[in-house]
Design a protein around this ligand. Structure first.
Ligand SMILES: [Zn+2]
Length: 292
């Protein structure tokens, strides 16, 4: 069975110095495109759906997602991204996600700890991994076309990150060190020395949110300095939309939906292939991680 949790899929990232892409796939077209590219290249991948969308989705989509992943030859984590509450996390577990992110990053430290602990206590006995966030990555989730500015005041404090991990026992930690959600406003500047400090104090995989708008070099630096998981949504949504728009124009606005979806599929696969290359994503043997 290829469905694994976050702890398992990120197990070898730090020793082998690579990251696993975590890609927004809340619909069949993107879900299949991402998974097929991973299968073609024999690479692990994380497919994620944001918490706020889950309540309005047909639960049968999650059944399809689970079944599709279970039959896949590559390790895949089905991750609930940015759940805002304990209840949203429990909903994700009910629907079969193998991993959840509880985002208490806008709460005071103690409340974030308490909420995260509660989710870990419920999820761990089910084999579900938990990601949390300390510090706050600016910008709303989803498609933000106008751009977001970085919030320097909300960068992760290394000592707080250490204490947070010790208190909550989370499996992965999202930190703020210079990225934003959605489209980047201005030129991105990653604080790699801050990442180094956090990496030195925290012994679990570190997650970067807000990858859209960064250069290949930014990604390579982030991976070299110890990032294990990189969330990538807006960039994929924008590039696939642009590919569809360009194709429709090329055909003098005479293109039908199945052909447009084909263009989107190809554009998404190309983007994922690029992410695998830039993140240095390495094949993972299921047998090596399945029982960890
Ligand atoms: Zn995020």
């Amino acid at each position: 069975m290829a469905l694994v949790n976050l702890k398992q899929i990120l197990l070898e990232t730090r020793t082998k110095k690579y990251a696993v892409p975590s890609v927004g796939a809340d619909n069949h077209v993107l879900f299949e495109a991402v998974l097929r590219q991973a299968e073609e290249e024999n690479k692990p991948v994380i497919l994620m759906i944001p918490g706020f969308l889950v309540k309005d989705m047909d639960p049968r989509f999650f059944e399809y997602a689970r079944l599709r992943i279970i039959q896949s030859p590559v390790p895949v984590c089905l991750h609930l991204d940015h759940a805002a509450s304990y209840e949203e996390c429990m909903n994700g577990i009910k629907y079969g996600f193998s991993s959840v992110m509880i985002d208490g990053s806008s709460l005071p430290f103690k409340e974030n700890v308490a909420l995260t602990k509660r989710v870990v206590e419920a999820a761990r006995p089910c084999g579900i991994s938990v990601e949390a966030e300390i510090g706050h990555v600016a910008g709303g989730e989803g498609n933000d076309n106008d751009g977001n500015e970085v919030d320097v005041n909300a960068f992760t404090d290394p000592a707080e990150a250490k204490e947070f991990v010790e208190l909550t026992h989370v499996d992965a930690l999202a930190i703020a060190f210079g990225t934003v959600h959605g489209v980047y406003k201005g030129v991105p500047e990653l604080k790699l020395e801050l990442l180094d400090k956090i990496r030195a104090l925290v012994d679990i995989p570190i997650v970067m949110h807000g990858g859209s708008g960064l250069s290949d070099e930014d990604f390579q630096n982030a991976v070299a300095h110890g990032i294990s998981k990189i969330n990538f949504c807006t960039g994929l949504f924008l590039s696939t939309t642009e590919a569809a728009r360009a194709a429709i124009e090329e055909h003098n606005n005479k293109m039908q939906l199945p052909a447009v979806l084909g263009v989107i599929n190809q554009a998404a696969r190309k983007e994922i292939a690029h992410l695998f290359e830039v993140y240095n994503t390495q094949p993972v043997a299921l047998a090596d991680i399945a029982h960890k």
